[in-house]
Design a protein around this ligand. Structure first.
Ligand SMILES: Cc1cc2nc3c(=O)[nH]c(=O)nc-3n(C[C@H](O)[C@H](O)[C@H](O)COP(=O)(O)OP(=O)(O)OC[C@H]3O[C@@H](n4cnc5c(N)ncnc54)[C@H](O)[C@@H]3O)c2cc1C
Length: 521
């Protein structure tokens, strides 16, 4: 091992929905190397439960899907990006079905579920609550039938190579632990999310914001980093991971109850449990704060719903909760919010082109502005699919200007010793949760930036994969905190008690960070 198999025309970093979809498109023009830093099955895509949104049901219209998307984005969606998302969706979904994705059906008809802030039933799901896993299975199987695509697992990309102002490849630590430089005519980052920045998260261990950090360090612009979606309902048990309890549970009629067993959401929002996620997450945070319990929780309650239907509709959630002795159909489930999704990321146009020539992004790592200040549930798998395909198509044009350069192995350099420990990562996660979490203030954000600055020397010279992840978490944490401090208003998922209202005059714009400079445009 140690030598990657070939010198590709195109490099795709990330093998989730966005990366695999793009690779299939790219293979029409040349050879594609897809890298995953662990097994392909370790990704946000694999964990996605609820489903994928598409206006395909008899009662639905593309215009309504657009309207709901714009509304969830709280004034900040890029309307052109949102239009592309909903208009490209039906064709991309039909294609997924042709490639073998088995969405749930009643007889021969697709079944469309409902989720928070959607005005129609439009969520396709697979095997009840294993939608992402099924889509990934089908895309990976399809990619494996294309000879020009090679998917390599356990290849960890550490940095982007820029020559003469143009992206020309990536540095990586390969599966044998050796450093390598791989060149390509264009690079797509599809590295997913950054939930591991926070102490409580629904995201898997791979979600350390590597793509955003690498692109930022290479000189790309990043945008809307302050907008982190906290999922309201993650399982909260001392020794259990923060397993996601899908929005679709509330879509099917689950209630939220506080420690007095009162159903509290109707007093916070007319849509009650189906209100946008940020509203529900803040309502829960408030209920936790006013509770006099020592370790308060709130509960998700499905006990009034048909037990057989609940078991059939949510087999994976049902089985997981049972492992912790909770029966969804008879017990209340203890929950708290957890970091879930990054609306911001590497700034790109509608074809995924970032602000460095030769660099493309798609999926959760990117920011077209499609989600604005808050993502509509089930629009992110769709984003990966739609913008992955678009980026792949556009990148094919880059091949013309490509000059082949030999790939190279590099000796591991002997810089100062790495001092990263798991402790530093935990320190970052704790401070981000406390000071840059669901409810923020100018004071808490300044404190976070100062503390991050103190951590900087300890993450500055990474040598191992974990060392790079620590540096990347530090980098994206700093970007989130800086952007949140600059946005002196509350909007979507960004809530500041010192600026609790919108300020459209100044901030109906995207935050954009490049190096030390931050601007709104
Ligand atoms: C628990 C959970 C439930 C969700 N449910 C839904 C849902 O129901 N509907 C919905 O629309 N969205 C849902 N989401 C969000 C959605 O799953 C993600 O936004 C989407 O899957 C992101 O896809 P992606 O291709 O951008 O990234 P991912 O699927 O996360 O893939 C990232 C890939 O990048 C690779 N990678 C990362 N860093 C490196 C590196 N340095 N070097 C090499 N490879 C690297 C990883 O190995 C992985 O292969 C959910 C998310 C979670 C966590």
């Amino acid at each position: 091992m140690g030598q990657l198999p070939f010198q590709p025309d195109f490099l795709v970093v990330g093998a989730g929905i966005a990366g695999l979809r793009a690779a299939i498109e790219l293979a029409e023009a040349g050879t594609v190397l897809v890298l995953a830093k662990r097994a392909v099955t370790e990704s946000n895509t694999q964990l996605a439960q609820g489903g994928i949104a598409v206006a395909l049901s008899d009662e639905d219209e593309i215009g309504l899907h657009l309207q709901d998307t714009l509304q969830a984005g709280d004034g900040l969606c890029d309307p052109a990006a949102a239009k592309v998302l909903v208009e490209d969706a039906p064709a991309r979904i039909e294609e997924l079905i042709q490639w073998g994705t088995e969405f749930d059906r009643k007889g021969t008809k697709l079944t469309f579920g409902r989720e928070g802030a959607h005005s129609r039933n439009r969520i396709l799901h697979a095997h009840g609550d294993s939608t992402g896993r099924e889509i990934l299975r089908a895309l990976y199987a399809k990619a494996n039938t294309v000879p020009r695509i090679s998917v390599q697992e356990f290849e960890f990309s550490t940095a982007l190579m820029v020559e003469g102002g143009r992206l020309c490849g990536v540095h990586l630590i390969d599966s044998a632990g050796e450093q390598q430089a791989v060149h390509a005519s264009a690079v797509l980052l599809a590295t997913g999310g950054l939930g591991q920045l926070y102490r409580n998260t629904t995201n898997p261990e791979v979600a350390t914001g590597d793509g955003v950090a690498m692109a930022f360090r290479a000189g790309a612009e990043v945008s809307d980093m302050e907008f982190i979606q906290f999922h309201p309902t993650a399982l909260y048990l001392k020794k259990a991971p923060r397993f996601l309890l899908s929005e679709a549970l509330r879509g099917e009629g689950a209630y939220l109850r506080n420690m007095e067993w009162d159903r509290f959401m109707p007093k916070y929002h007319p849509m009650a449990e189906l209100a946008p996620r940020d509203v529900v997450a803040r309502a829960i945070t408030h209920e936790l704060e006013v509770s006099r319990a020592k370790d308060p929780v709130v509960y998700l309650d499905l006990t009034h719903l048909n037990a057989e239907h609940v078991q059939a509709r949510f087999p994976r959630i049902y089985a997981t909760c049972l492992e912790y002795n909770i029966d969804l159909t008879t017990d209340l489930i203890p929950i708290r919010p957890a970091a879930h999704y990054a609306m911001g990321g590497v700034r790109s146009d509608l074809d995924g082109h970032a602000t460095i020539p030769g660099l493309y992004v798609a999926g959760e790592v990117g920011c077209t502005g499609v989600h604005g200040a808050n993502r509509l549930a089930s629009n992110s798998l769709l984003e990966g699919l739609v913008f992955g395909a678009r980026a792949g198509k556009k990148m094919r044009e880059e091949l013309r200007s490509h000059r082949k350069v030999a790939n190279a192995r590099r000796a591991v350099s002997n810089g100062p010793a790495e001092t990263v420990t798991e402790g530093i990562i935990q320190e970052i996660q704790e401070l981000m949760w406390r000071d840059v979490g669901i409810v923020r203030t100018g004071e808490s954000l300044k404190r976070a930036i100062e503390e991050l600055e103190r951590v900087r020397p300890r993450v500055a010279h990474p040598k191992t994969r974990r060392g790079y992840e620590a540096q990347n978490l530090w980098q994206v944490g700093t970007l989130v905190a800086r952007s949140a401090l600059a946005r002196q208003e509350s909007r979507g998922a960004h809530y500041r008690t010192d600026f609790p209202d919108h300020n459209d005059g100044k901030f109906l714009k995207h935050s954009i960070v490049k190096g030390e400079a931050i601007r709104f445009a």
